[in-house]
Design a protein around this ligand. Sequence first.
Ligand SMILES: NC(=O)c1ccc[n+]([C@@H]2O[C@H](COP(=O)([O-])OP(=O)(O)OC[C@H]3O[C@@H](n4cnc5c(N)ncnc54)[C@H](O)[C@@H]3O)[C@@H](O)[C@H]2O)c1
Length: 375
Amino acid sequence: MNTRRVTYQHTIEYEVVGTSNLFHPQNWALLSAGRIEDARRFVVVDGNVEKHYSAAIRDYFACHHIDVKIVAFPGGEENKTMDQYQSIVRQLDAFPIRRRDEPIIAIGGGVLTDVVGFIAGSYRRGVPYIKVPTTLMGYVDASIGIKTGINFNGNKNRLGAFHAPQMVLLDKSFLKTLPRRHILNGVCEIIKLAVIKDAGLFHLLELHGAQSVDACFQDEQGSLILDRAIEGMLEELQPNLFEEDLARRVDFGHTFSYGLETRQEARLLHGEAVLLDILISTLIARARGLLSEEETSRIFRLSEALGITPDASLLDPGLLCESLDERTYHRNGLQRVPMPRGIGDCTFLNDIHADEIESAVKSLEDWITIKHEII
Ligand SMILES: NC(=O)c1ccc[n+]([C@@H]2O[C@H](COP(=O)([O-])OP(=O)(O)OC[C@H]3O[C@@H](n4cnc5c(N)ncnc54)[C@H](O)[C@@H]3O)[C@@H](O)[C@H]2O)c1
């Protein structure tokens, strides 16, 4: 037998850049990657964002003499589909971009940046792209990593790729027009990170979270919370960008939520499903002595103080067990469920049983529907 070994190393490098007034003609951030002479840009923008910024975006590119094609994309999980993928690729193909120096620009929430990221990762086997998150979910989570994807065959993110952006541009003023439900949706991911990684962030949320939610994170404390959340998220993502290590702290809240959001797509946003998972996991952790009564109460009180009310009618222990099985498969045969160990630290469990899930669901239903006290 004749064996030839091929090895190749590739460095992933991209910048996550804070900016403001993104579409001001003197702000070069959007054009700081790629060619600007005799250049084109293919821009995909969330429909709800386009309503507010359509003229500003067009003026921006006109002012810089860039030939631009702007495609409006309807946000929402129901649009994270192969149909939307194909529709955008067709428009991209009809407006060809140079393969290396005319990055696609994705401006929108996590759905849009996931879909457009997957397009960038697969079109001509990979072209550069820039992400501009406009939802809190995108700002603190979806935009800053390298995962892309679409839902397929009844499963979330079943098709996708790791494809790093060339740049991520963070302008928190987009959050001003985001409906409150979507602000809270993103807050759930911040709570996740605080519980398993950063006690200081948890404390900041306790002190200022409610006020920052009211201010759509435009206030000073809101900026602190966002910066700390992004810092923490990047600390977790960077050493494990391709998820070689399947035991990931940032998967806290992403075990039982998978089944919930798949079955309840019309009723539950991603972050809302994550919060239900966080609360179930918190109760399992308490039962195992990983969290004290006081720590458990703090997590529940925080969710209440921030005004995030989970919907108890969605809880179904059977579904949560199925979701755990599916995630075990996804995590290559071990549960690897991240669980809080005190607030700000984490351990991984591989032996969660159906009866623990059932009893956590019962306690959570009681908390939601009856007393708002943990039994
Ligand atoms: N790739 C990753 O690492 C990663 C991480 C977390 C979540 N996600 C994915 O993110 C998706 C959820 O993202 P999302 O919550 O941002 O949903 P989304 O993209 O559907 O946006 C939510 C809603 O907000 C609207 N919107 C967007 N920006 C707005 C603005 N500035 N003002 C007013 N309305 C605005 C959208 O039109 C949509 O109706 C899920 O599919 C999830 O799987 C991906």
